[in-house]
Design a protein around this ligand. Structure first.
Ligand SMILES: CC(C)(COP(=O)(O)OP(=O)(O)OC[C@H]1O[C@@H](n2cnc3c(N)ncnc32)[C@H](O)[C@@H]1OP(=O)(O)O)[C@@H](O)C(=O)NCCC(=O)NCCS
Length: 153
């Protein structure tokens, strides 16, 4: 497996990976559609941010997106294709993202995590700093907010 910068023309493939990975948790399909904008990656977004893909024999199997603002960054995407979940791809992408963040002199990377992925981020060294609340099906949905100093990971 290798990690390299994403190409703008890979936006459709990356958007497919994020949708497939989110479905891994068994959410109803109308929730996936509700989150469509958040799960989508445009060519412009790839051109303007730190977006890296994991590639295996020419096939994209995961990616992350780091949005750097001054000395902080948001890990806006981290998705592993379902066939490769649990095989170490997420860990390698996360470590790579922290190296990129540290190289940009970022002091803190923040993440709004899927609740099912919080244990992964904590395993990677991130700590919970709060929650983000949204609404779906007329009910409040709270997701964990985490942070990590990239130079500590
Ligand atoms: C969450 C995700 C990125 C993790 O990537 P992964 O390749 O499956 O994880 P890895 O195999 O690299 O696991 C690294 C370590 O984290 C642990 N881990 C992985 N997923 C975990 C989870 N959901 N909860 C708790 N621990 C987890 C592993 O056991 C492993 O621990 P070890 O180092 O002691 O062996 C991936 O499972 C995924 O894309 N899931 C579906 C979509 C999603 O929710 N993405 C995150 C959006 S915020």
């Amino acid at each position: 497996m290798s990690i390299r910068r994403a190409l703008p023309e890979e936006s459709v493939t990356l958007t497919q990976i994020s949708h497939d990975a989110k479905r891994h948790w068994g959410y109803p399909e109308h929730w996936i559609q509700h989150w469509q904008a958040d799960l989508s990656v445009s060519s412009d977004f790839i051109s303007n941010n730190q977006v890296y893909v994991a590639e295996n024999d020419g096939v994209l199997i995961g990616f992350y997106a780091l949005v750097v603002r001054d000395n902080k960054a948001e890990l806006e995407h981290l998705w592993v294709a379902p066939d490769h979940i649990g095989t170490g791809v997420g860990k390698e992408l996360f470590i790579h993202a922290m190296q990129i963040a540290a190289g940009e002199n970022v002091s803190e990377v923040e993440i709004s995590a899927d609740p099912n992925a919080e244990g992964f981020y904590q395993r990677m060294g991130a700590s919970r700093i709060g929650e983000v609340t949204s609404e779906i099906d007329g009910q409040a949905r709270r997701v964990p907010r985490l942070a990590i100093d990239p130079s500590s990971s």
